[in-house]
Design a protein around this ligand. Structure first.
Ligand code: ADP
Ligand code: GLC
Length: 484
């Protein structure tokens, strides 16, 4: 079974968030299930550099305003097809925008091109390569399903995975004429969305099957609280919408061998984490203390509830806790966190930026990881936390509610608790959760149990890869196979 995955980011080549982790881990996870996954992605400078020469497998005279080549090759163990189109992708800054955070104005063109090339590949553009399925991630790749639907008939099946409904790829109606779609595609059944063009909407209506990254989010997106305007469409497609929980790459995220840690440790030796904790304290300029060291590794945005965290900091410190924040995002939230750090020197510290190695060290050293998201399609940081014995303190939404078991009396009695959950997603509930965590931390026997139970949680791709494989096989009418 050949599946072409289309994504705008992939770990370890280019990453802004969890999408990259997932796109990077899926091919390896699926290999044991008879699925051969190649990945199509834009030729950003970092990607071309990692790919090296590559093999030219196709070329275009005019891919939205300039010539382009498709390069096939491998990098970091991934089987890639990269679009080398300097006029679209050869830019400093991030995959979606300039260093100051503003989106590239021609993003519609950059990701229409990605999706269009995906559909062409699926139709047999390259000799000897005929994927049966196109698996498109998020709005940047979703249009590939529309190109397949509105182009010449083909038997290629399509899947669109929603990683985050908040990003929909909405543009002015006037770009429609340049999308290389027939006029009737500008309709309710196609790309038209509230009078403009909606890339994700088009994909969600065109794909054969839709998935999202946790079972709870698959339900939530059909409600007006979480559907971001697409709840009606997703409700209508409920029979084709599946929630498959993300896993994590347990080789990249292994506390027993993680090179970013000061001290490696296994489930039965979590006490060794203390060396990592001392290192986190020293990197952040925090004093040692008796209370728990809380950590946050996150985009600093409204989605992630960082404004609530800001409001809870004084209480966190008053209860004897300390806090280390690694992240970047909204300028206002960055400033508010910096102000909190100034108010509480030695107790609260923030490092603004993106630092993969430090994020590993934090998971390996911090006592509890706070994830106060307003919505969370899946969330990966709480999964890393579980595996690393960094107890997650999370809001009860989306994938957070599917992956963490709250340490309530019943769960503690049954020995199944792995973290702390709170709801509603408010300042008061978060403060209450921090208080509860601090109390639990003060009872070392119970705390160790929660930690150990978390470390034993199933967070790998094992089960979910099997579910994707099953879905693929069903789509193309084959019986599932498991080669392991
Ligand atoms: P999202 O994709 O919505 O940002 P996830 O929890 O799914 O949320 O994934 C976030 C990913 O990005 C994780 O791998 C997390 O460790 C990483 N990450 C987020 N912020 C930072 C940061 N400032 N430095 C390093 N890694 C970060
Ligand atoms: C998105 C979501 C996050 C999810 C990630 C990977 O960025 O915000 O919850 O874990 O995609 O699927």
């Amino acid at each position: 079974m050949d599946v072409l995955s289309i994504t705008s980011e992939i770990y370890p080549l280019i990453k802004t968030g969890g999408l990259a982790d997932v796109a990077g881990a899926l091919p390896g996870a699926l290999a044991g299930h008879g699925v051969n996954m190649r990945t199509l992605l834009p030729g950003y400078p970092k990607v071309l550099e990692a790919l090296g020469e590559g093999r030219v497998v196709a070329s275009f005279d005019d891919l939205w305003g300039g010539p382009a080549r498709l390069l096939a090759g491998g990098a970091a163990g991934l089987d890639l097809i990269v679009i080398d189109a300097p006029h679209l992708y050869n830019r400093d800054g991030g995959p979606y925008g300039q260093a100051d955070g503003t989106d590239w104005p021609d993003n519609w063109m950059r990701f229409a091109a990605l999706s269009w090339v995906g559909a062409e590949l699926a139709r047999g553009l390259v000799d000897g390569y005929r994927p049966q399925i196109v698996h498109a991630h998020d709005w940047q790749a979703a249009m590939s399903a529309a190109y397949l639907k509105f182009g010449p008939p083909s038997d290629v099946k399509s899947i669109v995975t929603i990683h985050n409904l908040a990003f929909q790829g909405r543009f002015d109606a006037q770009i429609f004429g340049e999308l290389r779609l027939p006029p009737h595609a500008f309709s309710m059944e196609g790309v038209e969305y509230y009078g403009g063009v909606g890339f994700l909407k088009a994909g969600l209506l065109s794909a054969d099957v839709l998935t999202t990254v946790s079972p709870t989010y698959a339900c939530e997106v059909r409600t007006s609280d979480f559907g971001m305007g697409l709840e009606g469409l997703l409700g209508a497609r409920a029979d084709d919408l599946f929630g498959i929980l993300n896993g994590i790459d347990t080789d990249v995220w292994n506390p027993g061998s993680d090179a970013a840690l000061k001290a490696n440790y296994r489930t039965n030796a979590a006490h060794l984490r203390v060396e990592n904790k001392r290192e986190v304290e020293s990197r952040f300029g925090l004093e040692a203390g008796d209370g728990p060291l809380f950590g946050v590794v996150s985009r600093l945005t409204w989605q992630k509830g960082i404004d609530l965290l800001v409001l809870a900091i004084d209480d966190l410190v008053a209860q004897g806790g300390r806090l280390a924040v690694l992240g970047s995002g909204d300028a206002e939230l960055e400033a508010a966190l910096e102000a909190a750090a100034l108010r509480h020197p030695g107790q609260v510290a923030i490092l603004i930026g993106y630092d993969e190695a430090l994020s590993h060290l934090m998971q390996g050293g911090v006592d509890a990881l706070i994830v106060p998201s307003r919505f969370e399609p899946c969330g990966l940081t709480q999964l890393f936390g579980l595996r690393y014995g960094c107890v997650p303190v999370v809001s009860r939404v989306g994938g957070l509610s599917d992956t963490v078991i709250d340490a309530n009396e019943a769960a503690l009695d049954a020995g199944v608790a792995t973290g702390v959950q709170f709801f509603p997603v408010t300042e008061m509930a978060l403060i209450e959760a921090i208080k509860r965590t601090t109390i639990l931390y003060g009872m070392p026997k119970i705390w160790k149990k929660i930690q150990r139970r978390g470390m034993k949680s199933e967070v790998s791709w094992e089960a979910s890869a099997a579910r994707y494989a099953e879905l693929y096989m069903k789509l193309v009418g084959q019986a599932p196979q498991d080669e392991r």
